[in-house]
Design a protein around this ligand. Structure first.
Ligand SMILES: Cc1cc2nc3c(=O)[nH]c(=O)nc-3n(C[C@H](O)[C@H](O)[C@H](O)COP(=O)(O)OP(=O)(O)OC[C@H]3O[C@@H](n4cnc5c(N)ncnc54)[C@H](O)[C@@H]3O)c2cc1C
Length: 391
């Protein structure tokens, strides 16, 4: 996707360090002591959301002229990793929100930017990204949700599912069909900002293996009316393009989350392996454990390097679907492997609900599914390899 280079594509290192330190302090003081309890209860972290508003996280990547922090994506990835080292679910609350904001910033009309971005930056209006339907996830061109023009409005019918922030968010970017006859179908797809109101129904809260605390919902629309001025960019037929552009940032975000989860798994294993003793010595002195720790640490470093490469390309306005795909694929697999290895290193305690390792083990699989499955990432990477290296 061609993009303008981001105006702030580098932050002064001292400024970045101060910002990351503030985030760290919040995570250690206000998140870490409560994360396990809230996660086990699958309770929405209301207080933390208010704290996130004050920290400016809902406007992290929104330009300053619309009230956001205007951070480069590289800095944003470091924030996301830090948050996920402590509790991955929190990053989900601002991730799809910021994907929607980036979509509006890139593809929206000036009037839409003025209307939505300042409220989004403050966290007063929090957005969900609603692409997936019961019969269409990877194959987005298979969606059925329909929007029909009626005067100055569109009338929407259909169902979206697995929508993060679907319950506690205030609006959703809805991918719909405006021309069901279009071929290929993507040419007949459009994206609307749908604010909650009559006809916009949260029909079900979905129960999950992990990633608890954040709401995942099924949303039903039956005659919901959205003003035509909420059509992103004001022109029909661009919805698929809007979605694909948004997913580039989404994949970098998932990759950064994965680095956080992979690193947390490593650090917990490292601590535990120095304390737990068997056969007269700490288990970190047994070669089998040493091999695991070395592999885990190498995965974290490699995943981090791929994330930084993708973020730098994004900030420079370069096409980065291959870089984002590689980072997402490698880092999420690293999170899966590290959480499983950390669990093994903890022995029975890894299976206990008193240690956070079991949570990392339940959270990690989502990273291989969300923002495009890892099967699809490899297909995207391979297609790009061929396109960039013609025979
Ligand atoms: C906790 C959670 C939160 C989510 N949040 C959101 C959200 O906020 N908004 C949203 O819109 N969606 C969200 N999703 C949905 C997610 O994006 C989809 O689950 C994902 O895109 C995969 O779609 P699917 O589940 O329909 O799987 P399917 O598309 O049915 O795929 C099933 C399997 O087939 C493979 N596959 C499919 N097509 C191909 C192909 N062409 N080649 C090779 N393999 C293929 C897939 O890789 C997968 O292994 C969320 C999902 C979860 C679990």
């Amino acid at each position: 996707m061609p993009r303008e280079p981001r105006s702030a594509n580098q932050l002064d290192p001292a400024e970045e360090a101060a910002l990351l330190e503030t985030i760290d302090r919040w995570l250690q003081n206000d998140v870490a002591p409560h994360a396990l309890e809230l996660e086990h209860a699958d309770a929405y972290p209301e207080t933390m959301v208010e704290q996130m508003k004050k920290l400016g996280l809902f406007g992290a990547t929104i330009p300053q002229r619309y009230g956001g922090l205007g951070l480069p994506i590289l800095t944003y990835t470091r924030i996301v990793s830090k948050v996920c080292e402590v509790w991955m679910s929190l990053s989900g609350i601002f991730n799809s929100h910021l994907i929607v904001a980036a979509m509006i910033e890139r593809d929206g009309t000036e009037q839409q930017k003025e209307r939505f971005l300042p409220r989004m930056a403050s966290g007063e209006m929090r957005a969900a990204l609603a692409l997936t339907e019961p019969d269409a996830g990877t194959d987005l061109q298979g969606i059925r949700m329909r929007a029909v023009r009626d005067g100055g409005e569109y009338v929407i019918h259909g169902t979206k599912t697995w929508i993060s922030n679907g319950i506690h968010g205030h609006c959703a970017a809805l991918l719909v069909r405006t021309d069901p006859e279009a071929q290929p179908p993507r040419r007949g797809m459009s994206m609307f900002i749908a604010e909650k109101g009559e006809g916009f129904v949260v029909s079900r809260k979905l129960e999950k293996l992990g990633y608890k605390g954040i709401d995942s919902a099924e949303l039903s629309f039956d005659g919901y009316r959205v003003p035509a001025e909420n059509l992103i960019g004001g022109v029909e037929g661009r919805g698929f393009h809007n979605a694909v552009g948004g997913l580039e940032l989404g994949r970098i975000n998932v990759a950064s989350r994965s680095v956080g989860v992979a690193r947390a798994a490593l650090m917990q294993a490292l601590q535990y392996a120095q304390q737990r003793r068997t056969f007269g010595k700490p288990i970190c002195e047994h070669q089998a454990i040493q091999l695991k720790l070395a592999e885990m640490a190498t995965r974290v470093e490699a995943a981090q390097a791929l994330v930084e490469r993708a973020a730098e390309a994004y900030d420079a306005g370069r096409r980065c679907d291959m870089e984002a795909g590689m980072a997402k694929y490698f880092a999420s697999e690293a999170a899966m492997e590290n959480s499983a290895e950390s669990l093994r290193i903890h022995g029975a305690y890894g299976y206990s609900k008193e240690f956070p390792v079991e949570r990392l083990y339940r959270d990690a699989p989502l990273l291989c599914i969300g923002e495009g499955t890892n099967e699809m990432q490899r297909i995207i990477i391979s297609r790009q390899l061929v396109e960039r290296n013609p025979a």
